[in-house]
Design a protein around this ligand. Structure first.
Ligand code: BGC
Length: 477
């Protein structure tokens, strides 16, 4: 009897604490993600202009699998099915991107493509009619090719074109879109100015990517200020930016700990520190190392441009939340690798191994919350690729594991994550891997003209988690 009296409440208390840990807090939103080039197709329909992705995939089969986004999932025509799929998995939010040349075919204001505006209006209205909030990525890597002919992101004049484009989006969609991110994963798309093998293939390593970084940060800040000054009062939304992140030291040596910190600053801090840190500007370690290498290379100035004090202040604080994409953790060690000049070489870090590791995810979230306090975090992408099949138990286990780690970060560590959109709603054009690498919770039959969508087992699992707003008991630690 005594044992019962003492043990029972303890068991109950543990069970209660456990179920509280694995439950999403009130207001936490759950959803799925895609991007325009990867799903829309209709690459030259209804007045859409050519993007740098169209151009690259058409002209550089040597760097791709030969698959293109010409038709992709045909979401331009099948968006209503996409919305139904979101509804079926109990999504609160759909994160999609807007194709810049579908709105501005030449990048300039001479032609505003009404058919493009209509398409996104239809998608947004269909989402809202089904109780799903849009979260819009403004730039998921598809600049109008005509602006690339003017130099693309390394040319700071492009910033003005981007601001004009964003104004059209806020004007036309801002009454219904409350969540905006300016850029998806600068660390990834800016490589297009460092190497030949990702769009736009501008092979200017360690120079073009830094020039583009500088302009990208100014563009981001301009958009946030535009929204803040001219639209926030009436539209009442939030503007952020999304980074890819997941870096840890290979061993517990001090050297590896320092290498991991350098890696974080070169991979995320270079973009995030100017916006989210208390002092603004590029991280000191990045500034010092690029300046020193540039001098050692005999250059008259640093390959990484400098902001004026006024620019530092303008960029600092220009966000309402932090978007984070996480797939795996890269474990790093100290050492010099990469061509000269390059960002990798400047960082003095070697990625030793990449692991799918949910504890790395939890630690990464804690790092971000400590480094940039005061900002809510949205996980804008997280997912697992495979080679296909509807019985995707590995994907279910991945989501269970990573959602568990996310909930521990939120409910045990106090990391202020407010939403999660998995990658991806359906199988998409996975960039240079084409249609062979699958991330979707819905399968897409790319050999059928209908691009038939079929739920995988993971869709049912996600529907259960999103519907119950908790991790099912058998998956809890
Ligand atoms: C990108 C997506 C991509 C995904 C999976 C992210 O880097 O934002 O466009 O498909 O990772 O590789």
């Amino acid at each position: 009897m005594w044992t019962l009296v003492i043990v029972l409440p303890a068991v109950l208390a543990t069970g209660w604490a456990q179920s509280a840990t694995y439950r999403f807090p009130d207001g936490f939103f759950l959803g799925a993600s895609t991007s325009a080039y990867q799903v829309e197709g209709a690459w030259n329909e209804d007045g859409k202009g050519e993007s740098i992705q169209d151009n690259f995939f058409h002209n550089h089969p040597e760097y791709t699998s030969g698959d293109t986004g010409d038709v992709a999932c045909d979401s331009y025509h099948k968006y209503k099915e996409d919305v139904q799929m979101l509804k079926d998995i109990n999504a609160d939010v759909y994160r999609f991107s807007i194709s810049w040349p579908r709105i501005l075919p030449t990048g300039d204001l001479d032609v505003i493509n009404q058919a493009g505006i209509d398409y996104y209006n239809n998608l947004i209205n269909e989402l809202l009619a089904n109780g799903i909030q849009p979260l819009v990525t403004i730039y998921h890597w598809d600049m109008p090719q005509s602006l690339q002919y003017l130099g693309g992101w390394p040319n700071e004049l492009i910033v003005d074109y981007f601001v004009e484009h964003a104004r059209i989006l806020f004007e036309n969609f801002g009454d219904r879109v409350k969540w905006w991110t300016t850029f998806n994963e600068p660390a990834v798309f800016l490589r297009g100015y460092a190497s030949a093998n990702i769009a736009p293939g501008q092979n200017a390593s360690g120079i073009g990517d830094y020039l583009a970084t500088h302009a990208m940060l100014k563009a981001h800040a301009r958009l946030w200020h535009l929204y803040d000054e001219q639209y926030r009062a009436t539209q009442n939304g939030s503007v952020g930016i999304t980074f890819s992140f997941g870096l840890e030291p290979l061993t517990n040596s001090t050297e590896d700990a320092e290498a991991a910190e350098r890696a974080r600053q070169f991979d995320m801090g270079i973009y995030a520190h100017p916006i989210y840190s208390a002092e603004g500007d590029y991280p000191t370690v990045v500034r010092e190392r690029v300046d020193a290498n540039s001098a050692a290379e005999g250059r008259p100035r640093s390959r990484l441009p400098s902001f004026t004090q006024e620019e530092v202040q303008y960029i600092r604080g220009s966000a309402d939340f932090i978007g984070v994409n996480h797939y795996q953790t890269d474990y790093v060690t100290s050492g010099v690798t990469g061509i000269s000049p390059s960002k990798t070489r400047d960082s003095g870090v070697i990625t030793s191994v990449s692991r799918i590791d949910s504890s790395g995810f939890r630690r990464s979230l804690n790092w971000i919350a400590n480094e940039y306090p005061g900002y809510p975090i949205i996980i804008t992408e997280n997912g697992l690729k495979d080679l296909g099949g509807r019985n995707d138990v590995t994907r279910i286990n991945y989501f269970a594991d990573f959602l568990g780690a996310l909930l521990e970060a939120v409910n045990l560590d106090g990391v202020p994550v407010i939403g999660y959109t998995l990658w991806s709603l359906m199988d998409v054009l996975e960039w240079d891997s084409g249609f062979t690498a699958k991330f979707g919770v819905y399968e897409v039959d790319f050999s059928s003209p209908n691009r038939t969508r079929t739920p995988k087992d993971s869709a049912a699992f996600i529907a259960e988690v999103y519907g119950s707003r908790q991790l099912p008991e058998q998956y809890r630690l």
